[in-house]
Design a protein around this ligand. Sequence first.
Ligand SMILES: Cc1cc2nc3c(=O)[nH]c(=O)nc-3n(C[C@H](O)[C@H](O)[C@H](O)COP(=O)(O)OP(=O)(O)OC[C@H]3O[C@@H](n4cnc5c(N)ncnc54)[C@H](O)[C@@H]3O)c2cc1C
Length: 461
Amino acid sequence: MTKTAKPENVVHVIGGGLAGSEAAFQIAQRGVPVILHEMRPVRMTDAHQTEGLAELVCSNSFRSDDAESNAVGVLHEEMRMMGSVIMAAADRHKVPAGGALAVDRDGFSQRVQQILSDHPMVTLEREEVTEIPEDWSNVIIATGPLTSPALAQMVRDVGGEDDLAFFDAIAPIVHFDSIDMDRAWFQSRYDKSTDGGDGKDYINCPMDKAQYDGFIEALLTGDKMSFREWEENTPYFEGCMPIEIMASRGHETLRFGPMKPVGLTNAHDGSRPHAVIQLRQDNALGTLYNMVGFQTKLKYAEQARVFQTIPGLEEAQFARLGGLHRNTFINSPRLLDEQLRMKARQSLRFAGQITGVEGYIESAAIGLMTGIMAASQAIGTQWAPPPVDTAHGALLAHITGGADADTFQPMNVNFGLFPPIELVVTPNGKKRKLRGRERKAAYSSRALASFSGWSSVTKAA
Ligand SMILES: Cc1cc2nc3c(=O)[nH]c(=O)nc-3n(C[C@H](O)[C@H](O)[C@H](O)COP(=O)(O)OP(=O)(O)OC[C@H]3O[C@@H](n4cnc5c(N)ncnc54)[C@H](O)[C@@H]3O)c2cc1C
């Protein structure tokens, strides 16, 4: 059907990652023909390993699925209300991960690819787009943090502004059968579980104080990958910081971060570990486990040497070692209008990580919004943004002007982006501040009620 549509009615989506796949699906569901241009496998990125749409390049987690008190969980739920293809595929291919939504990465990607390939309104073209023809009047650029250099240059030329850049780091993945379960054990923190599971979603490797001290020393002195000249002053995003950088900030920093021992008891001897390394299931078969929060820029040989000092990982076989990658994003508050169109060239919209949101689910959520905007333009209907007290509305508002353009950095969804709920009126008429979980619950329920109203008029039939 798309091949016979008039060119001016077609939406071109460039990039078949999390954002581009969701955008293409939302457009197609509204009866608008869409051409999805994905350069893999013709040209690969530094991080992708397959030609699959919506490939997850690092962790297999979409983070918290708690829609009652967590902003990420609220974003998940709002996406479900909109019939998101990313959420449908994630729910179908989830693997145990405590209160988080983690997926079998291959099953997930294959599902997204199958739905889009089978969709009568979608044409998938495997090619690198290096410039945008003038007769493409409705375009979404969703090429992600690893946008190919030629297209990045085109964006720079049009936007008139240099990209910013920083690094994400990949955490290593270990073969399950190489982990010594006589030393490690299965347990979720505080025995929390996914959907009636047994509270044993993570593998835990314990350390006593002497082992922890030695490990920190090994991280600090281990051989690291060096930066290229142009990368040297690139700031790290806090949520994806390499462990050796965290270790360099203080001897105890990791014990309060990814190696915190709280909520865990050694199943072999009943002791409380001084520090813990957790591994989370990475595929449906349960044959692969990733080292949670262990992004690193240690050299490959050093990673194997240092990580094999971890109790339980002495014989570890790594399916994938950690690594470093450049991240490309634009200064959205300065370059884009409220519909994510480039002010300097209105036929171009942006979606995903390149807009300066951070994370799989945030990228997909912006793809969902951009898809609806582009479809509205094609059909000739009015775009009404989601209310700012919703997770989608808060994220959109942030990147299209809420953030300070002079200090703009990528952002995860969090309640700090939502309009505040300062005071509540108690039954006896007094006003008081909400705190802690009660406050988060109030943000969540307000967002979901608000979004439900918006989605009922905006959702594709
Ligand atoms: C190394 C690394 C690790 C990350 N780890 C995590 C993590 O663990 N958890 C998390 O939540 N987020 C992570 N992120 C951040 C981010 O959430 C992901 O990058 C996410 O995939 C972004 O979604 P996206 O759709 O914007 O981009 P992508 O999913 O990268 O999709 C962009 C697509 O565009 C294609 N493309 C690029 N240029 C062109 C072109 N010129 N023509 C055609 N196609 C093109 C690419 O091949 C790719 O398929 C990581 C990022 C990186 C770089």
